[in-house]
Design a protein around this ligand. Structure first.
Ligand SMILES: NC(=O)c1ccc[n+]([C@@H]2O[C@H](COP(=O)([O-])OP(=O)(O)OC[C@H]3O[C@@H](n4cnc5c(N)ncnc54)[C@H](O)[C@@H]3O)[C@@H](O)[C@H]2O)c1
Length: 266
């Protein structure tokens, strides 16, 4: 299938590692010009360098996606470098610690909402201002299986990812008149640096996991909850994103699409 995203200009937040890295590489391999935006300068530089080595076009921008000034600067740099923003992938996200809701510190709650929801809100607003006059655009917000169902010990993360879906549905309706599509992607389990941190937190808090490796903790969780009994690869998530930002997917908007081995049924 011809995705028709050659020369489209794509911003990928959190593009320096994990799922974001896979998305940046995949969009570049389809011919998009990619802005790899990440808090971690080395990670962002490495991914942009890999794309260039593979013959693609990419730059990196060091950016805290929760900071309004930094997000505006990211979009300005994108426009200065490539002339527009056609595709925005709000991939930044993750949790801050694990705990029962009633024991979650307010500070951790706020940080998790900021990282997942505030970042998407800020980036969407900044990119939409550029997309609206051009009457075209594709926005992907990274949600999660945790945005579709509650998960003990991950209350703030579930609230944030569920919020991402509600926000996506609203924005899709508001931007449809400008031919801008907005969709959420809901992965299940991908073994990334982010999941390693979660596995470490589980190991630290549960004595039964003390002698398990982080990968064993991840695999046991996957097997216990996933009908297909296997995790997802970051490249699978990237493939779904590549499709959703393509011309082929022009009629899909306001959706929260699960890619989770069959966990979510709605
Ligand atoms: N890994 C999974 O199993 C899984 C499942 C469902 C959803 N997700 C979601 O997918 C997305 C990516 O997850 P991952 O596991 O690849 O994450 P990760 O932690 O492995 O990578 C996240 C990247 O974002 C960057 N980053 C962190 N805070 C940032 C900020 N404020 N501004 C800019 N960059 C920042 C990090 O430096 C890192 O490069 C997240 O939104 C996550 O919630 C992941």
């Amino acid at each position: 299938m011809e995705l028709m995203i050659k020369d489209k200009i794509a911003v990928v937040t959190g593009g320096g590692s994990g799922i974001g890295e896979a998305i940046a590489l995949r969009l570049a391999s389809e011919g998009a010009k990619v802005v790899v935006a990440d808090l971690d300068p080395e990670a962002a530089k490495k991914v942009a360098g890999t794309i260039q080595t593979q013959g693609g076009d990419a730059v990196f921008v060091v950016c805290d996606a929760t900071n309004p000034g930094a997000v505006d600067a990211l979009m300005e740099k994108t426009v200065r470098t490539y002339g527009a923003v056609d595709i925005l992938v709000n991939n930044v996200g993750g949790g801050t610690g694990i705990n029962l809701v009633v024991k979650t510190l307010l500070e951790d709650w706020d940080k998790t909402i900021e990282l997942n929801l505030r970042s998407a809100y800020l980036c969407c607003c900044a990119a939409a201002k550029i997309m609206i006059p051009r009457k075209q655009g594709r926005i992907i917000n990274m949600s999660s299986i945790s945005g579709k169902q509650g998960e003990p010990l991950l209350g703030a993360y579930c609230a944030a990812k569920s919020g991402v879906i509600g926000f996506t549905q609203t924005l899709a309706r508001e931007l449809a008149r400008y031919d801008i599509t907005v969709n959420a992607v809901c992965p299940g389990y991908v073994f990334t640096p982010g999941w390693e941190k979660l596995a470490q937190a589980l190991k630290d808090s549960q004595p039964a996991l003390a002698d398990k490796s982080l990968l064993e903790i991840f695999e046991a969780r996957v097997r216990s909850v996933t009908p297909l009994r296997r995790p997802q690869e970051a490249s699978e998530i990237a493939g779904l994103v590549a499709y959703l930002v393509s011309y082929e997917a022009r009629s899909i908007t306001g959706q929260a699409i699960s890619i989770d081995g069959g966990i979510a049924t709605g």
